[in-house]
Design a protein around this ligand. Structure first.
Ligand SMILES: Nc1ncnc2c1ncn2[C@@H]1O[C@H](COP(=O)(O)OP(=O)(O)O)[C@@H](O)[C@H]1O
Ligand SMILES: CC(=O)N[C@@H](CCC(=O)OP(=O)(O)O)C(=O)O
Length: 247
């Protein structure tokens, strides 16, 4: 079986992808690895919600999503962010396919806590066989949305979605590509992070806001079958690598 690399691209990072990003994806592709990109788009969703005079509210990094915000989320992720990303990969000469939850029941999910977060969910089932088939000869670009068994759409945090999908695929690596070079402490990248050290940095309020779901997602992926996880702003540099020590 081919090795699989999952790269999650945050909304900020997707706006300014350097040429090293495309070169690394190309290298992996030519080495015979399968590449799946999960894209975020949080800043873009907030910008369009503002333009449409919808409230923007997040609880612990999770967007409170009423039905109108869900429409905006779908429109922005599937109408703006994903096509732009697919186009830039195709322009680099690589084969690419844009994917979403409704393709062959790709991502099934359930509500997280509807009374608190609204139309927000977590992924419960993935059509792995079909996904692997699509990724045989194309780089997959997938949005963080899921559908319930009855077809309702759910907004899913992209870091959490990437960790769940990478785990189910038994990925060799999960890379969370963001707008900082790794987990920072006193302005320096922490090269290796254990859960114990992450807890300390969290207690000291050094790890906050958008970094919190990434830390959780990285350890969850390691515990569930992903071999290596990284947070970086450059695919050519490892940034922070996560170390999971079984207790
Ligand atoms: N210890 C930390 N090291 C680095 N970034 C941190 C830390 N704590 C909080 N952050 C914040 O996390 C942000 C990345 O999360 P987020 O903005 O949600 O990114 P993305 O859009 O890529 O998901 C950084 O820009 C930074 O402001
Ligand atoms: C439920 C939830 O919070 N969903 C996220 C999905 C996009 C995302 O996670 O994008 P980034 O990676 O750019 O932050 C949101 O609506 O912002």
């Amino acid at each position: 079986m081919k090795k699989i690399i999952v790269v999650k691209i945050g909304g900020n990072a997707s706006n300014k992808l350097p040429s090293t990003f495309f070169k690394q994806i190309q290298t992996w592709w030519h080495e015979g690895k399968q590449v799946l990109i999960i894209h975020g788009g949080g800043p873009q969703i907030s910008k369009w919600s503002d333009k449409l005079h919808l409230d923007v509210e997040k609880i612990n990094g999770v967007r409170v999503t009423d039905p109108e915000t869900l429409d905006v989320t779908k429109a922005v992720l599937l109408g703006l962010v994903q096509p732009k990303l697919c186009q830039s990969i195709a322009d680099f000469g690589l084969p690419v396919i844009g994917l979403n939850a409704s393709d062959n029941h790709l991502l099934e999910g359930k509500y997280l806590n509807q009374s608190e977060y609204g139309e927000v969910g977590k992924i419960t089932k993935i059509n792995i066989a079909w996904l692997l088939q699509e990724m045989q000869n194309k780089i997959g670009v997938l949005a963080p949305l899921a559908q319930t068994q009855t077809g309702n759409w759910l907004n899913v945090n992209a870091d959490t979605a990437a960790a769940t999908i990478a785990s189910q695929l038994n990925a060799e690596s999960l890379v969370l590509l963001t707008d900082v070079p790794g987990v920072l402490k006193s302005g320096e990248v922490v090269p290796e992070l254990t859960e114990t050290f992450a807890d300390e940095l969290f207690q000291q309020h050094i790890i906050k806001s958008g970094m919190m779901p990434k830390i959780k997602a990285s350890f969850s992926a390691l515990k569930n079958g992903v071999h290596q996880t990284f947070i970086t702003n450059d695919l050519g540099r490892p940034g922070t690598q996560f170390q999971y020590v079984e207790k």
